[in-house]
Design a protein around this ligand. Structure first.
Ligand code: ADP
Ligand code: MG
Length: 301
């Protein structure tokens, strides 16, 4: 097969590993810088041009779209879909997963366990918003933050009110969430490919840090999942419409709750923590799925 990895940097661990795994399985793999793709969207024969030439027809693309380039990146993925190329994650599903609020609304509709969460645009009823989710301590999050940036723990209602007012004053979209204290600064990253959790790791935040992000100094270790946790992760991935994703779960007193779903999960932490060849499993999944025109949206939406 001919596979394109949409990535801004071929030296990134995940990109490198996917190239290696694809080549090892006998495929031709190109890394295409998403931001250097341009498109003729009006022609009856949709194509993607790249560095002055039309790109060849790929059987499959693996989008690795950074959060800062979601808008343009998903447009490029959509163009590949219009050409009948299979994308391991569809453009609509990627856009969906980038908005934490939209994601939580979709997951909640399907009855998937979530931390109690509220959102508001206007600060006039902050006390009611706080009361509804059970009062402080609460976690306040920017809707489009990543890597733990824009995630704040407010220990008292007074602090929470000040932080919410400050974010709202900056016109930032936020959500306010019950603090799952019993998670003890850790979460579980489940890597879902197809209908299975193929690997999982526990991430523990650095000393005194409630955020478990590896980018914030967290550390990863092996973890054994309960059947309920596996089911929660797979249900969350299906609800988002993602074939490959990282589902982050907190262990709460009332069972697993989903914190977020990441459509371009990093491979380094989880391959190192589990010793598994995850890149190989992703390519194997593509081999099974990438029949021409098998991307459901075909560039719609
Ligand atoms: P980001 O997209 O920036 O990673 P997250 O929503 O994943 O934002 O939050 C970052 C980290 O903060 C999580 O990995 C988790 O460890 C911690 N965290 C987030 N929300 C909660 C919560 N409601 N209760 C307890 N810890 C939380
Ligand atoms: Mg996170």
């Amino acid at each position: 097969m001919r596979i394109a990895i949409l990535s801004r940097n071929s030296k990134l661990y995940s990109t490198r590993r996917l190239v290696e795994a694809g080549v090892a399985r006998g495929h031709q793999v190109d890394v295409i810088d998403t931001m250097h793709c341009y498109m003729d969207i009006t022609s009856s024969n949709p194509s993607v041009r790249y560095r002055g030439k039309p790109l060849p027809k790929y059987d499959a693309v693996i989008p690795r779209i950074g959060a800062s380039v979601t808008f343009y990146g998903t447009a490029v993925v959509r163009q590949f879909e219009m050409m009948g190329t299979f994308s391991i994650n569809e453009s609509v599903a990627i856009s969906r997963s980038r908005d934490k609020l939209r994601s939580l609304q979709l997951l909640s509709r399907k009855g998937i366990g979530l931390p109690k969460t509220g959102f508001a645009h206007h600060p006039d009823k902050i006390s009611d918003l706080l009361k509804n989710i059970g009062g402080a301590p609460v976690v306040i999050k920017l809707l489009e933050g990543t890597q733990g940036i824009g995630v704040v723990l407010a220990e008292t209602n007074q602090t929470a009110t000040s932080v919410i007012e400050a974010f709202m004053g900056l016109q930032a979209n936020i959500l306010v969430q019950e603090f799952i204290k019993e998670a003890g600064g850790s979460d579980i990253r489940c890597l879902v490919v197809g209908d299975k959790v193929i690997a999982a790791m526990k991430r523990q935040g650095a000393e005194g840090e409630f955020r478990s992000n590896l980018h914030r100094g967290g550390s990863a270790s092996l973890v054994k999942l309960s059947p309920e946790e596996r089911k929660t992760a797979v249900d969350a991935a299906n609800t988002m419409g993602l074939n490959m994703c990282g589902v982050d779960i907190l262990r709460s007193h009332r069972g697993p709750v989903v914190m977020e779903v990441n459509s371009s999960p990093g491979l380094e932490g989880i391959e190192k923590a589990t010793g598994k060849d995850i890149a190989d499993m992703i390519i194997a999944h593509i081999e099974k799925r990438a029949k021409p025109n098998k991307t459901k949206t075909q560039g719609k939406g």
